[in-house]
Write a protein that binds this ligand. Structure first.
Ligand code: B4P
Length: 192
């Protein structure tokens, strides 16, 4: 089994690259952002609660997100592996994920961290906002999301660095160039 975390700030291309990775490597895609947006769209109690935070550019509470991941892992028992997109976003989430995967005997193999400068992030999210209709893609919320990233999510990179699982990837080329860099890292592990 191959388990990958795709890590990076808001708008760094996690969702975009996940699409290519699942096609090539047949992994199960777990995007907490997608799951939460689905809950919001269906107006479930979880979605209504999550919306309050997402609309303001804040992270949803750890317990909610960790519970969602546990269910997704249980739903997919005999698979090639998982790509975690947008999760973990706090050190508490990273620890919970390690506990869940260690219990199953299939730890995280690698964490690929997309490096994109702040100006590019803002531009990308503003452009996405023009077409996506997402509530978190206007200037005020984007600035808040990036602040929240530095305060709560950036420490997750340190967490994986100490476990020698973190690899930085230049995330500012074309989508194809970034995918080439990501797949070289994945291939090196799969073929080892
Ligand atoms: P997410 O849905 O995870 O998404 P994201 O960080 O906004 O974007 P991503 O990095 O996937 O960028 P994308 O490919 O779209 O999070 C949304 C919200 O959900 C969070 O703020 C939070 O409230 C909540 N949430 C989710 N997970 C959570 C968790 N674990 N804990 C708590 N709360 C959680 O790319 C962005 C744009 O750039 C696109 O328009 C794309 O076309 C473009 N782009 C991509 N690659 C490019 C490239 N190489 N060059 C130029 N443009 C590129």
């Amino acid at each position: 089994m191959f388990n990958l975390v795709l890590f990076g700030p808001p708008g760094s291309g996690k969702g975009t690259q996940s699409g290519f990775i699942i096609d090539r490597y047949q992994l199960i895609h777990i995007s907490t952002g997608d799951i939460l947006r689905k809950e919001v769209g269906s107006e479930t109690p979880l979605g209504l609660e999550a919306k309050k935070y997402m609309d303001q550019g804040m992270l949803v509470h750890d317990e909610v997100v960790i519970g969602m991941i546990g269910s997704k892992l249980d739903e997919n028992q005999h698979v090639n592996g998982f790509i975690f997109d947008g999760f973990p976003r706090t050190v508490a989430q990273a620890e919970a994920l390690d506990n869940l995967l260690d219990f199953k005997g299939n730890p995280i193999n690698i964490v690929l961290s997309l490096q994109v400068g702040e100006e590019s992030l803002k531009q990308r999210l503003l452009s996405r906002g023009e077409v996506s209709g997402r509530s978190d893609d206007n200037e005020e919320v984007i600035v808040k999301r990036i602040k929240e990233y530095h305060a709560k999510t950036a420490p997750v990179a340190e967490y994986y660095k100490t476990k020698e699982k973190l690899v930085d990837i230049k995330g500012e080329g074309s989508v194809e160039e970034v995918f080439t860099l990501l797949s070289a890292q994945i291939d090196a592990i799969i073929e080892a």
